[in-house]
Design a protein around this ligand. Structure first.
Ligand SMILES: [Zn+2]
Length: 244
């Protein structure tokens, strides 16, 4: 190996070592090489663009409901000190997303689908779980290292229409890995329970989502856990904690 190659190899391994850290919440090592400040700036820009270009609901009751449920969840997740922003996007497809800079979007289709606040809290808990688990930073890091560039889709396997375009433009990939999704599910249920919502409604919500999915867009993503395995994992976890 010549000296410049050696230097490059050393630099890469230093990068990898400094970016790889044990995440206690997840119980695994995580590679994060992007810095939070620039990720948050990028997220804020994407959020502003989404609000500017996509149809947003001004319905006071819907917006108040999302904020009320969302704030209970972020407090339960220990992130109540910072200001979270929420928006309701007009779209029939049930969907939600989160940006690392504490912004949460939900669709009117999702609000029409959920049967109660516990189910809405399930979705928001899952999104907050992605932030606590730093999945966005982790995805961005693997992309920066030349990892698989993943397609953009809504969280729940539906095309997110115009929103997908905005996020692509800003480099945000809303597709997480199967492991990410299961981690976010589990963290979400922890927050549900801690916030006084009913954990078993998480199972009811994913069943509703599965039923809804069967009547519309077919499953296309092998990276996404199947509805059945996701529901089974959640049921097992909720039972192991003695919740209902
Ligand atoms: Zn997710």
């Amino acid at each position: 190996m010549n000296s410049s190659r050696l230097a490059l190899a050393a630099a890469l391994s230093a990068l990898t070592l400094s970016g790889c850290a044990y995440n206690e919440t997840l119980g695994r090592n995580q590679l994060v090489i992007v810095d939070d400040a620039s990720l948050n700036r990028q997220a804020d820009a994407a959020w502003a663009e989404a609000l500017r270009t996509q149809p947003v609901s001004r319905d006071a009751a819907l917006n108040t409901r999302v904020r009320r449920v969302g704030d209970r969840i972020v407090r339960a997740a220990g992130l109540g000190d910072s200001n979270w922003e929420y928006a309701v996007f007009v779209s029939d497809s049930p969907n939600a997303f989160v940006l690392p800079s504490h912004k949460i979007g939900v669709s009117t289709g999702l609000l029409a689908l959920v049967r109660n606040d516990d189910q809405l809290a399930t979705v928001i808990g899952h999104e907050v779980g992605h932030v606590v688990a730093r999945h966005g930073a982790e995805r961005a890091s693997s992309n920066a290292l030349g990892g698989l560039v993943q397609g953009v889709a809504g969280e729940y396997g539906q095309t997110a229409g115009g929103l997908a375009g905005v996020f692509t433009q800003y480099g945000f990939l809303l597709r997480y890995s199967r492991r990410d999704e299961l981690e976010a599910d589990r963290l979400g249920v922890d927050y549900l329970a801690a916030a006084g919502f009913k954990p078993s409604e998480a199972v009811a919500l994913w069943r509703l989502m599965a039923a809804q999915r069967q009547t519309s867009v077919p499953e296309f993503a092998s990276t996404h856990p199947s509805d059945a395995s996701r529901i089974a994992a959640l049921e097992q976890y909720i039972a192991s904690r003695g919740w209902n």
